[in-house]
Design a protein. Structure first.
Length: 447
């Protein structure tokens, strides 16, 4: 095998492509980067001797067949909805496939066919999902299999944030470091988890008020809100019988209470199209969710409706975003969630001088010798700039390392897989550590 095909050259693919081109130069491999925007692919390849940029339309079967049939390993950085199309084509021509996306039902249905053809369809090998799987499963396996002990609790949180040295002028201490739409829609539905042996549920309307404070030595405090369904990890990690299972997202203190304003207003709803969006201003968008009162300002109506201090920190965050400005939204149509996303992009898009930060934190409780012991494990990674981001590195590098291992014949697993076995997590985590992505662990005795 000597030919790697990368489909999609967006921001999250930057570090992946850089890594693969470096490895290709050393091992005489070829890397083709294909994107709908040829210029974007060309920028990522930057004239590398072993790299090639091509224009590509996933919906054109002849283009898809030609590119995939001439490669050995395909990495899809396209939106997740396109992965089944890519997977079917990989099956057709007998090619391995790697993605950073969650395993879909469509992908799972291809497991036996992939195995029969001796193909690896590796999914969830990015940041979250990806590094979270590998770093957590390594400790879980150590406790259960190497020590032969029972795991009582597992908690895991990840956040894509702004680095603290660039947040002084941003009261939210946040900007978009990944898909803005996913941020706006985060948490919708019912949250499920286990706490001290009892199943717990949080409705979306209360999610951002039910937070957990987490301290990471050397990096301060963070607040975490629960992810949608932690219960699926009972099967993924084999944790049936565990007393606490909780996964969530990290933000800096104060974020969740302010974000909850948008939730309570209905501004994150994505189920209907708003009227008059083409003529709407930011201020009118907020007012569209408030009762009519000709005497009170929008600020007063909002503060009264949600019991906010009109001069408090939450209102200050909204003012900083320009939510009360008479600035045109700039869309012709949209759902509330789409309008909100468009407004937020104006202030939450990372400028060239800004740096992002990835924070991942795990907690493991187990019994040993009559004592309850706790392991806390944390990784904090900071980006170089708005181009070489921590998000791009932590999403792309695990995929790049996995691809190298596969090309070198060091991965034997076949079928639809996620990286939760030693074959994957040991070499990938080891190389990530040499690249500066290290988990720092501390162990304490609770009783």
């Amino acid at each position: 095998m000597d030919h790697i095909l990368v489909l999609g050259a967006g921001r999250s693919a930057t570090s992946l492509i850089t890594y693969l081109l470096k490895e290709a130069s050393a091992k005489n491999w070829k890397v083709t980067v294909a994107d709908y925007a040829l210029q974007l692919a060309e920028e990522k390849v930057e004239g590398a001797a072993n790299g090639k940029a091509v224009a590509f339309n996933i919906n054109q079967e002849d283009e898809r067949d030609a590119l995939i049939s001439s490669s050995d390993v395909v990495i899809s950085m396209l939106p997740a909805s396109f992965h089944p199309i890519v997977a079917e084509t990989c099956l057709k021509f007998g090619k391995h496939l790697l993605t950073a996306s969650y395993v879909s039902d469509d992908m799972t249905s291809l497991n036996e066919q992939a195995k029969a053809k001796g193909l690896l369809f590796l999914n969830e090998c990015g940041l979250d999902p990806g590094i979270d799987h590998m770093s957590a499963k390594k400790v879980i396996d150590h406790i259960r299999e190497e020590k032969g002990l029972e795991l009582r609790a597992f908690e895991s949180f990840t956040g894509g944030l702004l680095a603290p040295d660039v947040t002084d002028d941003n009261p939210w201490q946040y900007a978009f470091t990944w898909n803005p739409r996913n941020v706006v829609l985060a948490g919708q539905g019912t949250v499920k988890f286990i706490q001290e042996g009892r199943y717990k549920y949080i409705p979306y309307s209360r999610l951002f008020r039910r937070i957990e404070m987490i301290h990471i030595p050397g990096h301060g405090y963070f607040e975490g809100y629960a992810n949608r369904d932690s219960l699926k990890y009972l099967d993924v990690y084999g944790l049936h019988g565990i007393q606490t299972l909780y996964r969530g997202t990290l933000r800096r203190p104060g974020f969740c209470r302010a974000w909850d304003i948008f939730v309570q207003l209905g501004a994150t709803d994505d189920t209907y199209q708003m009227e008059g969006v083409s003529d709407m201003t930011h201020r009118q968008f907020v007012n569209s969710f408030l009762s009519y009162n000709p005497n009170d300002s929008i600020e007063l109506k909002l503060a009264h409706y949600l019991k906010l201090d009109v001069d408090g920190t939450e209102m200050h965050k909204l003012r900083w975003l320009g939510m009360f400005d008479e600035e045109p939204v700039g869309l012709m149509k949209g759902t509330p969630a789409q309008v909100l996303e468009h407004i937020l992009k104006k202030k939450w898009t990372i400028g060239p001088e800004k740096k992002d930060q990835i924070v991942m934190w795990h907690l493991f409780d187990y019994k040993e010798g009559g004592q309850t012991k706790r392991i806390r494990s944390a990784m904090v990674a900071t980006g170089e700039n708005a181009y070489d981001t921590a998000m791009s590195k932590t999403v792309g590098l695990p995929l790049g390392i996995a691809t190298k291992l596969l090309m070198e014949g060091k991965i034997e697993a076949r079928g639809v897989q996620i990286p939760i076995t030693p074959e994957f997590y040991n070499p990938i985590l080891d190389e990530l550590e040499t690249l500066g992505f290290e988990f720092v662990e501390e162990e304490v005795v609770l009783d």
